[in-house]
Design a protein around this ligand. Structure first.
Ligand SMILES: Cc1cc2nc3c(=O)[nH]c(=O)nc-3n(C[C@H](O)[C@H](O)[C@H](O)COP(=O)(O)OP(=O)(O)OC[C@H]3O[C@@H](n4cnc5c(N)ncnc54)[C@H](O)[C@@H]3O)c2cc1C
Length: 642
């Protein structure tokens, strides 16, 4: 096969920096920007092309938790309290407080870089969701105004230009593969990382005083389609949890990794591309839904009262302080909000006739145009696949309705053993500086436990960058152990050698997913989980013996899959450590059916080949406001300068 890139296999390059950012998505870009602004030398390593990479690279239509924006009627403390209560305490108080407290500042910073956050062209002049003075457009709760509609397709290129302007050294097309530890010892201070160029094969070593982990979270653990690994996946193909795998190997602590939910949508080719089917959730809120006879399925409040006026959908219920997407926070607003939340049988019992459709035709013009054209268009993965392709094929939201499949944007095709890390899943444990349990390793964005959303990723990225820069300013570069680097080099490149290799990455991924469905599905039992670990160990051994890659690109895919395997073991270990069931964590142990015997976070890590765990109270973060202010006095002083 002709390979279009330089052949640099066998070559090695060493880089030195103050702050190393691994992963150039939303969190990574903002981390690098804020560390560079703090005066440190910064390198950012990205597997794809930073200008558009990651879950937010193709866009984002709404920015949540902007509690400090001028229109907001919600205090950061109240918003974060609702978020924590909503999860019965299983949430990341620190990172979500940062999101609520600094999110709007971060949004303004992105605006200064060139991101579009206001309706400056007056496209929505007079709309109920527009503030005439600031030209900000609000979403969902029009009364409390803490979610802002944004033109997210403009953000990532703006961040990229800012990285360049600040002199951040951006290294694209490099897969980071391991973290380097002081003296090569697991659990010790992080002093850099290794990686390789996924086009040329060059091996790279990065030495750093501080490292920031921004590689998002795992995917393709329970579900993988060899035929459809692309668009039908929710997240980009390259975001599969490499960071979790290397953090586990380096000895960092993880939290809530036992939590998984029944797969909902966009995985393994089993559902429509995200936001491409009729629904009334998220991007499509508050779309009208109808049945096949055109009969509207009305929105009801939680007491069963029909919301007669369209704009009732955009204000809280009579005694509800505020709500987020779909009316779903702080006392649910709705008894149901259409096919998405109610099983089809119930709707049929209620007299509706399937199929169901999202119907924008009768909605106020601004409401229709903001859903189809702005939200669908600016939202991740929608501009070309949905807005352009559907429009090119004749879809006109003034005339046509869009069919709901399965349960709206979700799919009912998934079995209970087909699971995903979704809805505030587990991840790296963090302290108030967003440092992991490992000295020198900071974490931001979707890599954190109980993380979600763009504003959260951007603001925690910025915050981690600031604190990592401060840390780096007091450190010296430590020398890495040659043995540690050499062992990694051998592990990485062995797959390219001639041998009796028969296994390609897709087969290994399919096997992992099958093991996880069979041994770590919905109903878990200690003996079955342990059997799963044995299967994963056997598969890993086989993969290292029989796996092959024909070029650096396939080598990257192979190591991604081995990382999925490591993450799968991490998940099973976490499941074994929690010895009671928990509805909130969607965690069912057949051998420990009692609910919430241990109402605490259970942190796990690997140390010298063994798994260690410890319990931490759910409110380990203490008083949110007081602690935030204690750790961020410099930021609060300089806030007016942003
Ligand atoms: C389709 C879609 C729509 C969304 N819409 C919204 C929305 O409207 N509002 C909202 O608030 N949130 C939305 N989100 C969520 C939001 O985009 C994410 O929460 C956010 O992007 C997370 O940022 P991150 O930096 O943690 O991860 P990402 O932005 O995914 O970045 C991770 C980066 O790490 C890189 N990487 C991974 N592994 C390696 C490796 N081994 N070496 C080097 N680099 C690596 C990846 O290439 C990627 O660039 C959406 C997500 C998706 C998928």
């Amino acid at each position: 096969m002709n390979w279009p890139y330089k052949n640099e296999l066998g070559e090695k390059e060493i880089y030195k920096t103050d702050v190393l950012v691994v992963g150039g998505g939303i969190a990574g870009c903002m981390a690098a920007i804020s560390a560079a602004k703090s005066g440190q030398k910064v390198m950012l390593i990205e597997k794809g092309a930073t200008e558009r990479s990651g879950a937010g690279g193709s866009g984002c239509d709404h920015w949540e938790s902007a509690a400090t924006n001028p229109g907001s009627k919600v205090k950061p403390e109240d918003l974060v309290k609702a978020m924590i209560d909503n999860e019965d305490g299983y949430n990341n108080g620190i990172s979500h407080y940062i999101e609520c407290r600094e999110g709007y500042d971060t949004l303004l910073e992105i605006e200064k870089m060139g991101g579009k956050i206001r309706d400056n062209d007056d496209e929505f002049l007079g709309a109920k969701f527009r503030d005439e003075k600031t030209k900000l457009l609000y979403a969902y709760d029009y009364e409390n105004k803490m979610t802002i509609r944004i033109w997210g397709t403009t953000f990532k290129p703006a961040m990229y230009n800012e990285l360049k302007r600040l002199g951040v050294q951006v290294v694209d097309r490099v897969m980071v593969t391991s973290l380097l530890t002081l003296n090569g010892k697991q659990g010790d201070k992080i002093i850099g990382a290794t990686g390789f160029n996924n086009r040329t094969g060059k091996f790279m070593v990065f030495e750093a005083k501080a490292t920031i982990m921004c590689m998002s979270r795992p995917a393709r653990v329970w579900l993988f389609s060899e035929a459809h690994p692309g668009l039908s996946e929710f997240r980009p193909l390259q975001c599969i949890g490499d960071g979790h795998a290397m953090g586990w190997r380096s000895g960092a602590e993880f939290n809530m990794m036992e939590k998984s939910v029944r797969a909902e949508f966009s995985a393994a080719g089993q559902s429509f591309p995200p936001y491409g089917a009729g629904n009334n959730h998220n991007t499509w809120y508050p779309a009208t839904l109808i049945d096949s006879r055109g009969k509207e399925i009305p929105y009801l409040d939680r007491d069963g009262n029909e919301l007669k006026d369209f704009y009732d959908r955009t204000v809280p219920a009579y005694d509800q302080p505020f709500f987020l997407k779909g009316g779903n926070i702080d006392e649910a607003k709705y008894a149901y909000d259409g096919p998405e939340t109610v099983p089809f049988d119930t709707l049929i019992e209620m007299g509706y006739v399937p199929p169901f459709y999202a119907d924008l035709t009768e909605m106020p013009d601004h409401e229709r145009n903001v859903i189809w054209g702005m939200m669908v268009g600016e939202e991740g993965k929608t501009r070309v696949p949905i807005l352009k392709n559907y429009t090119d094929r004749g879809f006109d939201p003034k005339e046509h309705v869009l069919q709901c499949y399965g349960a709206g944007w979700k799919s009912s095709n998934f079995s209970s053993n087909e699971r995903q890390l979704f809805g505030l899943p587990g991840g790296f444990y963090n302290d108030w500086k967003l440092m992991s349990s490992q000295d020198g390793l900071f974490v931001a964005g979707d890599a954190l436990f109980a993380s979600n959303c763009y504003g959260h990723a951007a603001s925690t990225g910025s915050y981690a960058g600031r604190h990592a820069a401060e840390y780096a300013s007091t450190m010296v570069l430590e020398s890495y152990k040659e043995d540690q680097v050499r062992t990694e080099e051998v592990r990485l490149f062995g797959f390219l050698e001639e041998k009796d290799a028969v296994l390609e990455w897709k087969e290994i991924n399919a096997s992992i997913s099958k093991i996880m469905r069979n041994y770590c599905g919905d109903q878990k039992h200690g003996n079955i989980l342990k059997q799963g670990l044995i299967c994963l160990d056997e598969l890993e051994e086989k993969a290292y013996k029989q796996g092959y890659a024909r070029n650096p690109h396939e080598l990257m895919r192979m190591h991604e899959v081995l990382n999925i395997l490591t993450v799968s073991k991490l998940i099973i270990h976490a499941c074994l450590e929690r010895k009671s069931s928990s509805q909130k964590l969607d965690f069912n142990r057949i051998d420990y059916p009692e609910q919430e015997v241990e109402k605490a976070f259970i942190l796990i890590k690997e140390a010298n080949g063994f798994v260690e765990s410890r319990n931490v109270p759910l409110d380990y973060y203490g008083d949110l406001k007081a602690n935030y202010e204690k750790f961020n006095s410099d930021y609060l002083e300089g806030k007016n300068d942003i």
